[in-house]
Design a protein around this ligand. Structure first.
Ligand code: MEV
Length: 311
């Protein structure tokens, strides 16, 4: 294996991987101090770093076309102490749909830091890895709450609060949670939906604070329903959460239609998931999620089942 001398640690070819995430309840309000419940996904992203002889930093062999991605790579390299003269190629692959609210940016951020740490022979502590990944995610999303990166790093199902300090607690479901994810609308930009909601909430705190608080109450109710194995109550909390997210202005007609359709086809609850403004919905299945997924799947609007196991 060749390594390359130069500023900062030398590099050797290496890879890093991370899964995605699904927010069950609490997105957006979590940015404003309320709790959220999220689950890690096994689908994810793998990043491979290959050192170069020159100082270029390329993505799949070409200069990064996306300025945010170039910035993310620069932040990650900086966190690993790699001087700007240290060139390398970044290859990105994976099976996570991009920019639909399933954590592709968080997954990429964690995988990138893991890959660069492995390539430079650094052994990062859990905290240093988390801090670096949160900083990298900021390149994509501006001022994220950290729920996505934290979920990806911890795995499983958990309760998140932005803090400071950030807080994650594993949640143990009394019964398996059978979900269907429907990618219902075009790609979205989480940074934009978070930023414009923040502007509205700052301009009119009296209008938006009660909505965020109500979402927080639904998240608390949902946790107790999950721990009691009460699927009906969890489903109702999810559907009410969608109504509040819609009131916050982060849903779209395609997401609303998909939610209505899921409820009409037997889901116990349904809501948008992630940043909204496009992307995916999540529906809670009363029984076999494969059957509900088959009823909701159609060309151009894929639906797939997902199970959060009981423990
Ligand atoms: C995005 O997956 C979740 C949001 O709450 C943004 C964030 O918490 O950073 C919309």
């Amino acid at each position: 294996m060749t390594t390359h001398a130069g500023p900062g640690p030398s590099l050797a070819p290496a890879s890093g991987a991370a899964g995605g995430k699904l927010i069950l309840l609490g997105e957006h309000a979590v940015v404003h101090g309320e709790p959220a419940i999220a689950a890690a996904l096994s689908s994810g992203i793998r990043v491979t770093i290959v050192p170069r002889e020159d100082d270029l930093r390329t993505v799949d062999g070409e200069p990064a076309g996306d300025a945010r991605l170039a910035r993310a790579i620069a932040i990650a390299a900086d966190r690993l102490g790699l001087g700007s003269e240290r060139g390398f190629d970044t290859a990105i692959e994976g099976d996570l749909p991009e920019a639909v609210g399933l954590g592709s940016s968080a997954s990429l951020s964690v995988a990138l830091v893991r890959a660069l740490a492995a390539a430079s022979g650094a052994s990062l502590s859990g905290d240093a890895l988390a801090e670096a990944a949160h900083a990298v995610e900021g390149a994509f999303h501006g001022t994220p709450s950290g729920v996505d990166v934290t979920t990806v790093l911890h795995g499983g199902l958990g309760w998140y609060e932005v803090g400071p300090p950030r807080r994650w607690e594993a949640i143990v479901p009394a019964k398996a949670i059978d979900l269907v994810v429907v990618v219902a609308d075009r790609r979205h930009d989480t940074g934009r939906t978070v930023g414009s909601l923040r502007e509205r909430a700052t301009a009119h705190p009296g209008l938006y604070r009660p909505l965020f608080r109500a979402i927080g109450e639904l998240v608390r109710e949902a946790r107790s329903a999950i721990e009691a194995g009460d699927r009906e109550r969890l489903g109702e909390a999810m559907t009410l959460d969608h109504g509040l997210l819609r009131a916050c202005g982060v849903s779209t007609p395609a997401l609303d239609t998909a939610v209505e359709e899921a409820l009409g086809k037997g889901a116990l609850g349904a809501k948008l998931t992630g940043g909204g403004g496009g992307g995916a919905i999540v529906a809670l299945s009363a029984d076999d999620a494969e059957r509900l997924a088959a009823r909701l799947d159609r060309p151009g609007r894929p639906a797939f089942p997902l199970r959060v196991p009981a423990r």
